[in-house]
Design a protein around this ligand. Structure first.
Ligand SMILES: *[C@@H]1O[C@H](CO)[C@@H](O)[C@H](O)[C@H]1NC(C)=O
Ligand SMILES: *[C@@H]1O[C@H](CO)[C@@H](O)[C@H](O)[C@H]1NC(C)=O
Ligand SMILES: *[C@@H]1O[C@H](CO)[C@@H](O)[C@H](O)[C@H]1NC(C)=O
Ligand SMILES: *[C@@H]1O[C@H](CO)[C@@H](O)[C@H](O)[C@H]1NC(C)=O
Ligand SMILES: *[C@@H]1O[C@H](CO)[C@@H](O)[C@H](O)[C@H]1NC(C)=O
Ligand SMILES: *[C@@H]1O[C@H](CO)[C@@H](O)[C@H](O)[C@H]1NC(C)=O
Length: 507
């Protein structure tokens, strides 16, 4: 076959162009285009956020730390802990990974600290703790470490007592305009007579980021309850937290439930770790299937294992590492975990050998923090002068392991998130996979992230169990025994000592 051209080739106008130059130019254009596209792709990859973990408020999923300030750290050697002492130990709190410090009793009472519950004000500070200036310094010191400061507002019985005296006063003057009200909460807001709102406003202006409304369950029938709770949440705003006890949820009339859940941020739930696996499983599953997980904007659970009124965790559990095991389980629950000061190293009740000195027996759980590397500001005996007794054993090695899991928590949505919202349905991202005898296995997950399980033995005997029907393989991330750290675990024979928990990252 032959190609025929009507015109001889030398007649085409483009024949005279400088083709070598054009070829060079095109090649250069092509290569630079390629380079530009490559650069663009690299730039996009580099500029992608390293971790696009879901955002939460500071009080959601982060570790809280509850302190009885009179027992924490003493800076002026009067034998009673104070704000300055606390401030001097802020780095210790930071090292635990704490994001919120909650002081549970700072208000003035006739005899503080022995009678710390009988408060006379929601504003005035108990003198031994220091001044409002010291308080603000403490708040600033914590803020510099990204730690928020929270306060307990003990509404009951203080507010009730005020109500009664106010009611008597009103009836004595025979003032029929002011029909004596059964509850103090009924005070008119526009007159700023509500001491609770006053306290909230006052403490916010001194650096407080959240409030635990203690004893609110006693006021659920108050006609002013719904407006009050709405008003308080408006006062504190989105970035500060309101905490209530689970008892409020149980006591509140059904018609106000939704209003309550839309105006509080955390619901405190006590996990009674000594009550056995069945009970623990029941509590966890009831919550996971319960109201609090119905909607993504509902309050998160604030999990606690002990508080100012209960016998120390280390005294309720019998085994060496059981407080660590209990806290590893707590730190794997969906919600905001809260540690009562000293439990992180298994502090025990104060031992009192004086049979004639029983007056402070109800406060023996408020043992003093015995600083491992004390700032030499505390009483040498590790015991408060206002308390009789002897210090008891502690296990400081636990602290390091706890910080480790707190750090893991902070970067793992599977653990710090509380639920997953998908297809217009909100679901807790936790499941109790197994519970038998004294062993509990709980799994945590999040879409496209690593999953974790915590395996706990809460009983009195060593357990060896075959979990291979439930789980395939994983690495131990945190466990109390040296030999159980960072090693592949065989789910065919999971062996746990009494009181022990391990956290495992699933492959
Ligand atoms: C509490 O303090 C008041 C005085 O502020 C006193 O009258 C009352 O007896 C005290 N209550 C207790 C239980 O100590
Ligand atoms: C506190 O948080 C801010 C912003 O998240 C961060 O830049 C800063 O480094 C943090 N400071 C400390 C002490 O962690
Ligand atoms: C209050 O009013 C009643 C009558 O309504 C009267 O009998 C009583 O004396 C008054 N009490 C005082 C303290 O004024
Ligand atoms: C509130 O009212 C209900 C029903 O009237 C009652 O059962 C409950 O004990 C009351 N709670 C409080 C705290 O007064
Ligand atoms: C919670 O829900 C799961 C399934 O969603 C169910 O298997 C489990 O039995 C429920 N637990 C309780 C205590 O209702
Ligand atoms: C507790 O854990 C430590 C390691 O941190 C270990 O040496 C010790 O034997 C454990 N105690 C018990 C009773 O299991």
């Amino acid at each position: 076959m032959q190609m025929t051209f009507r015109n001889p080739p030398e007649n085409y106008f483009f024949m005279s162009w400088n083709w070598p130059l054009i070829r060079k130019f095109s090649l250069w254009l092509f290569i630079s285009g390629l380079v530009a596209m490559l650069a663009l792709v690299i730039a996009m990859i580099v500029s992608l956020p390293k971790r696009c973990n879901p955002d939460v408020e500071w009080y959601q999923g982060n570790l809280m730390y509850e302190i009885f300030p009179a027992s924490f750290a003493d800076s002026d050697r009067d034998g009673i802990g104070d704000f300055r002492g606390l401030m001097l130990n802020a780095d210790y709190i930071l090292s635990l990974g704490v994001k919120g410090v909650r002081l549970n009793s700072i208000f003035n009472s006739k005899e503080y600290p022995e009678n710390y519950k009988n408060i006379t004000s929601l504003i005035e500070i108990a003198k031994p703790l220091g001044s409002i200036k010291d308080f603000v310094m403490l708040s600033n010191a914590l803020r510099a470490r990204n730690i928020s400061l929270l306060l307990d507002l003990p509404l009951y019985p203080y507010v009730k007592k005020l109500t009664i005296s106010k009611t008597q006063e009103l009836s004595e003057t025979n003032n029929t305009d002011h029909k004596p009200t059964a509850e103090f909460l009924k005070m008119k807001r526009e007159r700023e007579e509500d001491i609770i709102s006053q306290a909230i406003v006052y403490w916010q202006s001194h650096g407080v980021d959240g409030f635990y409304l203690k004893g609110l369950e006693n006021y659920v029938n108050d006609t002013n309850f719904p407006q009050s709770i709405k008003y308080w949440k408006r006062l504190v705003g989105q970035s500060r937290a309101l905490i209530i006890n689970n008892e409020v949820l149980k006591a509140i009339p059904k018609k106000y439930m939704n209003l309550l859940l839309n105006n509080v941020d955390l619901v405190d739930i006590r996990l009674e770790i000594g009550e056995g696996i069945d009970q623990i499983r029941k509590v966890i599953e009831n919550e996971l299937n319960g109201t609090l997980f119905l909607k993504p904007n509902y309050p998160w659970i604030h999990w606690s294992l002990g508080d100012v009124d209960s016998v120390r965790l280390a005294n309720r559990l019998h085994h060496g590492n059981a407080t660590l095991g209990a806290m590893l389980l707590q730190l794997m629950l969906p919600g905001t975990p809260s540690i009562f000061y000293g439990d992180e190293f298994g502090i025990k009740q104060i031992l009192d050998t004086h049979n004639d000195k029983k007056d402070l027996e109800h406060m023996h759980q408020l043992a003093v923090m015995d600083w491992k590397d004390p700032l030499k500001t505390f009483t040498q005996e590790g015991i408060l002068p206002w308390m009789h007794g002897q210090p008891t054993s502690k296990n400081f090695d636990q602290v390091e392991l706890l910080s480790k899991i707190v750090a893991l928590r902070a970067e793992s949505p599977a653990i710090y998130m509380s639920s997953v919202y998908k297809d217009e349905e909100n679901k807790a991202n936790a499941e109790v996979m197994y519970s038998k005898g004294d062993m509990l296995v709980m799994q945590r997950w999040y879409p496209r992230r690593k999953s974790y399980v915590v395996v706990s033995n809460l009983g009195d005997n060593q357990i060896v169990n075959d979990l291979s029907t439930l789980l395939y393989s994983g690495q131990v991330v945190v466990g109390p025994r040296a030999e159980s750290r960072s090693e592949t675990i065989s789910f065919k024979a999971v062996s746990l000592w009494q009181g022990e928990s391990v956290v495992i990252q699933l492959d």
